[in-house]
Design a binder for this molecule. Structure first.
Ligand SMILES: [Zn+2]
Length: 207
């Protein structure tokens, strides 16, 4: 058994953060009309900055599926009137203009979560996704995501991408509270980095 600090740290089962840095107190559940389905690549699951999980916890209607191939997708799509994929379109895909969605329709926003490479893998492994209208991320404020390399889709955190998109699709709702735990997470990460830099510069003196 490894006795490294990482495995020994007690984790919060809900937000998947160390208990000492649990974000649950900052999560409030925001009602959403357009349900969200995050398809998360397994590589993201254990990532300390797993913001998709925070988004799903903070929305009334949201699900997170982890994997690469999702055979249950067909059944899920059959339950809604319209579904959209949050991913830039290739030439042959339909790019849907991002406008508010008819309130009478049961709509589903599907969000692949992972690096560009892994998000593409998910789309390739689930041909149904390519047949859906694609949405590209609406422009917004620069990302707060200063602590992670910008290799993710559209170089913003998944939670920011979801907030921006839902804000356009459901203009009558306020999704900003969803970002609260994310903002705290970013602060925590910067703090942790500061401590590491401090340890590197001063901690080994005399060793
Ligand atoms: Zn927690």
């Amino acid at each position: 058994m490894s006795e490294s600090k990482k495995t020994a740290r007690p984790m919060c089962e809900r937000c998947a953060r160390p208990v000492s840095h649990c974000l649950c107190a900052h999560i409030s559940v925001v009602p959403n009309r357009i349900s969200v389905l995050v398809l998360q690549h397994p590589d993201e699951q254990k990532h300390p900055l797993n913001t998709a999980r925070l988004a799903v916890l903070g929305l009334e209607q949201a699900e997170l599926w982890v994997g690469e191939h999702f055979p249950q997708l067909e059944e899920k799509l059959a339950t809604v009137d319209a579904a959209f994929l949050l991913f830039p379109a290739k030439e042959h895909n339909v790019m849907q203009p991002l406008v508010a969605i008819d309130a009478t329709k049961a709509a589903l926003l599907i969000v692949p979560d992972g690096t560009w490479r892994n998000a593409r893998k998910i789309i390739q492994s689930n041909p149904l996704l390519s047949s859906l209208p694609h949405l590209s991320l609406p422009e917004g404020e620069p990302s707060l995501y200063r602590v992670r390399k910008a290799t993710e889709v559209a170089a913003v955190a998944t939670i920011e991408a979801i907030v921006r998109t839902l804000t356009v699709l459901e203009p009558e709702s306020d999704f900003q509270p969803l970002l609260k735990p994310f903002n705290v997470l970013v602060e925590q990460q910067i703090e942790a980095m500061g401590a590491e830099v401090y340890a590197r510069n001063y901690g080994r003196r005399g060793s």
